[in-house]
Design a protein around this ligand. Sequence first.
Ligand code: NAD
Length: 444
Amino acid sequence: MESTEKLHDTSKLSRKEFLNLTGRSLAGAAGSIAIAPLLSTSAYGQERKAALSPPSQIPSDVDKPIVLEEWKSDADQQANPTPTPLPPSRRIGYAVVGLGHLALEEILPALSNCKKSRLAALVSGSPEKLKKVAAQYGIGAESCYTYQTFDQIKNNKEVDVIYIVLPNGLHKEYVIRGAKTGKHILCEKPLANTSEECREMISECFKAQVKLMVAYRIHYQPHNRKLREILQKKEFDIPKFLEAHNSQSTANADHWRHKKALAGGGALPDIGLYCLNTTRFVLGEEPVEVFAYQYSTPGNPLFREVEELVSWQMRFPSGVIASCATDYDVHESRRYRVNCRKGWINIEQAYAYKGQRLTTSKADGKMKRSEEIMLAENNQFGEEMDHFSDCIINNKKPFTPGEEGLQDHIIMEAIYQSAKEGRPVKINGIASVNNWKGPEPEFL
Ligand code: NAD
């Protein structure tokens, strides 16, 4: 029984100590009685393994992960900590406004799997859709609103956040009306149609003392975050130039994405924005100048009001040049590569909802080494909502606040101006460093 008692003692170790202990044991540091059962044959080990269950660490704090008994060797990829959802009553309640593609296909399913966030209310202009979605997600009639009754969300104690998932041209109206209800605001990208609208929205949220976050999901996506970390650590020395494009095909000229008043622009604010925002995010710098071309196929009804293609270059203070392109009439392509002095880092499907592939290349003497870094995928939508909830619970500024969206609009306006005037345009952004952001998101 002596060894069993020692095994029980592991329950008093921290996760790090426990992992160190098992890691050492599996690396071959035999001799410790406590670790013997992990190496033992089944007949010998059955009784002792039973002593290791239930799990080795169950913190009394509900916010801390349960640490399960370790059984894999460090020859294999380690699992993430066990999910640590807050009890439903402590999760932040979201009212989702606009039940279109993004809300129904991504946001509502993601909310069901969130750890700090939950669906609390729905807003739609379609009574049939509202009724059906409310039934599917268990939302009572008292928490279903139309665009006319939207302002009554003020009286709904279940709602902490209003999440605007409407066409871009409606963001300003609903962000400002939302702020006046006293609820915090999460708004889809692009934040608005113009930088002027963004300034007004930021100011109204500030006046109402509510938080405003832009739903820039890439900031919460592991492959993109890993690439940024590689750059920050200068693993391939300094970056020199970056190539990025985000393209897809569209077919419905009557859709709001092809109406200037509702979309603000064409491919650039919708999908080109990912090239712009992600480049700023991974480089950690703000561009000082842009030079752009713009093109729309003559006679194509899709591009009567908004542009098809924008190609632009951005110059950064460190000397890095980024070359970006976006198009609404080519087969889907969402990728970027950062070319550094001693290697490159590439992400395929970089801006997609899933399926990212992170690869690198560098020289090693007479060899060239290519590596694929495999990371566990997360749900970007869930992570970004949980980050915002965390900011509300702990009263922090979001990592992607309204100012982050404003900065992109300032740069997009310079891109359009450059394409129109056929010359480079200097950027007069809101700051030359990332001094408007909240702390880095914490992932549990
Ligand atoms: P969608 O057209 O599928 O949905 C928009 C919803 O708004 C629909 O339910 C529509 O009925 C409603 N609506 C209300 N008033 C409207 C009006 N006057 N005209 C048109 N529709 C009206 O669009 P979507 O793809 O869900 O995009 C919504 C928002 O989400 C946009 O801002 C878009 O840029 C953003 N978006 C973000 C991502 C992302 O990955 N973060 C992906 C797609 C879309």
